[in-house]
Design a protein around this ligand. Structure first.
Ligand SMILES: *[C@@H]1O[C@H](CO)[C@@H](O)[C@H](O)[C@H]1NC(C)=O
Ligand SMILES: *[C@@H]1O[C@H](CO)[C@@H](O)[C@H](O)[C@H]1NC(C)=O
Ligand SMILES: *[C@@H]1O[C@H](CO)[C@@H](O)[C@H](O)[C@H]1NC(C)=O
Ligand SMILES: *[C@@H]1O[C@H](CO)[C@@H](O)[C@H](O)[C@H]1NC(C)=O
Ligand SMILES: *[C@@H]1O[C@H](CO)[C@@H](O)[C@H](O)[C@H]1NC(C)=O
Ligand SMILES: *[C@@H]1O[C@H](CO)[C@@H](O)[C@H](O)[C@H]1NC(C)=O
Ligand SMILES: *[C@@H]1O[C@H](CO)[C@@H](O)[C@H](O)[C@H]1NC(C)=O
Length: 546
């Protein structure tokens, strides 16, 4: 009996400790009582210690229940309805207090570890490697596809979704609240939908645009980075494998072929309908959520877990828009990595010379703004011509995941090359939700844009294995290099002549043994040295790839 109890206890401890804390509200916080208290600070071991003092694992020194700080700096002019949207100053319309975790602890109840740390006490460091989907071994491909499918079918262990705006969240006639369970993958879809949905103006008044918490502004990169991290960590926990990493799709391959659209990867085209997925792909059985956008916008309901149509996709199929029938090129990636400023006023989809607007794809890769172009990230979405090409629905197509990991890889490379720190991220006057200290909508517990504006391997526990293109040189640079090379050559010839003259005078006894030694070592044991050299080379590549 006692061994059984301790077994149950250990299991509970295990699940609570491995819990990760990202996204909508924890199931423990959506009761009428908790919601009206404005405080979401669950205990770390609710089953063991219903004691209110154990909130946020405080008895273990993991965290504390503290007031939430929301950004109140001015936002840009795109959104004019201040006071009308319950996502403003996220998440204070819903909660004013949350767990703030110490050190390496993280999560809605401080029961999990900050990215990059693992173990019961979060004292083991871990960096997972995100690899090219096309270069995975067959077993790894299957593992990834199966993991997505399992996430699509498994109810999220911690989080539930609101199905109404704040005004209608509580049903005072029945003393109930409007929240639903949702699967891990559908939560990923819902979160994106919620961040882009319009402002509801009341029954009969419709909804208004001018608001997007995750696109057309600097938060585009930080928001999607956190979104992916959440899915990756949810899947790590689902598989009980802290080394699981999301792969990426290098979409910058030009041409009109979708190389990852194969049945062992993201699904081939159906033989019967060019807009659908092949029956041999597991993804042909997926049904989209958040499809009934018109309902949500007119009735003020928000997307719930109701399943809709299958995924549609017709790569390179948009004959009305030839521009989106070809994927971006690696040269485009090389160019956007050269843009020196992270973002520029008005920090919007018409910013010029903005790295963010270039990789997002509203300006040319070089940074020049042109309202008609669609490049890089945007182009890869539009190329799909279907579910993955519509902002409200796009994460329903699992290509979204690998399209965004690549976008995030470019972001990480930019952060590294430009030694970025958060002072390069706009503090104010970015569109609503996009200021540096804004809590990203709708993640829980609160996390700011600036927290994601850091290099991933050192701060977020993942790295990318990517071979980045060298940049192409301008004519001036080629000429400069030519002149320098000529000077070096002249100097070298001069040095060699001096040496020969010198050697004729003093016999070269000092130089020769060294040269001979080196030569002999390679000659003596060719086999072993060849292996050694190979190991060295692969080590070098590893280091370079990190
Ligand atoms: C949080 O605090 C703000 C400002 O004091 C207040 O307007 C809001 O109603 C509070 N929210 C909750 C959920 O208590
Ligand atoms: C709802 O809660 C209020 C306040 O706690 C109470 O007065 C009321 O009777 C409850 N209504 C129902 C239907 O339970
Ligand atoms: C969700 O599922 C859990 C566990 O099955 C259940 O206890 C709960 O009532 C469900 N609904 C909500 C809104 O949490
Ligand atoms: C619709 O808008 C009008 C005018 O702004 C306002 O008076 C009315 O209360 C709104 N209706 C609802 C249901 O919010
Ligand atoms: C869920 O969404 C569907 C489609 O908009 C709607 O018909 C249904 O009433 C919603 N359910 C809830 C509980 O809001
Ligand atoms: C797909 O392409 C067709 C034209 O061939 C176009 O009419 C349609 O709007 C596109 N759909 C999406 C979702 O991009
Ligand atoms: C960018 O777009 C906004 C909103 O349409 C407009 O007010 C602003 O003048 C534009 N700025 C530039 C630099 O094009």
């Amino acid at each position: 009996m006692s061994s059984c109890t301790s077994g149950v206890y250990l299991l509970t401890v295990f699940f609570t400790l491995s819990s990760i804390a990202l996204a909508q509200f924890p199931r423990e916080c959506v009761s009428l009582q908790t919601l009206t208290s404005g405080e979401c600070c669950p205990g770390l071991f609710p089953q063991q210690t219903p004691d209110a003092n154990d909130r946020c694992g405080s008895t273990l020194g993991r965290g504390q229940c503290l007031p939430i700080v929301a950004d109140s700096r001015p936002h840009g002019p795109e959104y004019t309805l201040d006071g009308m949207d319950d996502r403003e100053q996220w998440p204070t319309r819903f909660f004013n207090r949350s767990c703030r975790c110490n050190g390496r602890f993280d999560g809605y109840n401080c029961g999990s570890c900050k990215p990059g740390w693992t173990g019961d006490n979060c004292d083991m460091q871990i960096v997972v490697v995100r690899k090219n989907l096309m270069e995975l071994r067959d077993g790894e491909k299957k593992r990834f596809v199966d993991a997505l499918d399992l996430a699509k079918r498994t109810v999220h262990p911690d989080y539930v979704i609101a199905t109404r705006h704040y005004a209608n969240l509580i049903d005072f006639n029945q003393n109930t609240t409007n929240f639903e369970n949702i699967s891990i993958y559908d939560l990923f879809v819902w979160t994106h939908f919620y961040s882009v949905s319009k402002t509801f103006l009341g029954l009969g008044n419709g909804s208004a645009g001018g608001i997007d918490f995750s696109h057309e502004g600097p938060a585009f990169l930080t928001w999607h980075r956190f979104h992916l991290l959440q899915l990756e960590r949810d899947i790590q926990r689902l598989l009980d494998d802290p080394s699981f990493a999301l792969p990426y799709w290098n979409f910058a391959i030009g041409g009109n072929e979708c190389d990852i659209c194969k049945d062992d990867l993201m699904g081939a085209r159906s033989n019967f309908d060019p807009n659908m997925l092949s029956q041999n792909s597991i993804f042909s059985r997926w049904q989209v959520v958040c499809q009934f956008v018109e309902d949500y916008e007119s009735l003020g309901t928000i997307c719930n877990s109701t399943a809709g149509d299958p995924i549609r996709r017709n790569p390179a199929g948009n004959s009305d828009r030839p521009m989106v029938q070809r994927l971006p090129e690696m040269e485009d990636v090389a160019q956007c990595l050269e843009v020196t400023l992270f973002d520029t006023p008005p920090y919007f989809s018409n910013s010029s010379d903005s790295f963010r607007n270039s990789i997002e794809g509203y300006s040319e890769p070089s940074g020049r703004y042109d309202s008609t172009v669609r490049t890089l990230h945007n182009l890869a979405h539009l190329f799909l011509n279907g579910t993955g090409g519509q902002t409200h629905l796009s994460p329903n197509d699992p290509i979204f995941v690998v399209l965004h990991t690549f976008t995030d890889a470019v972001f990480d490379e930019w952060l590294k090359r430009h030694n970025a720190d958060s002072s390069q991220y706009p503090l104010e006057n970015a569109p609503i939700g996009h200021n540096r200290q804004y809590n990203m909508v709708p993640f829980w517990p609160p996390v700011t844009n600036s927290e994601m504006f850091v290099t991933a391997p050192e701060n977020l526990g993942y790295s990318y294995q990517v071979q980045w293109p060298g940049r192409t040189l301008t004519i001036t640079e080629i000429l400069t290099i030519g002149v320098i090379a000529a000077l070096v050559l002249v100097a070298f010839v001069f040095a060699v002549i001096s040496c020969i003259v010198h050697r004729r005078h003093s016999k070269s006894e000092v130089l020769q043994p060294l040269l001979g030694d080196q030569y002999q070592r390679y000659a003596e044991d060719q086999k072993e040295n060849a292996v050694m050299v190979k190991t060295d080379e692969s080590m070098n590549t590893q280091i370079k790839k990190l």
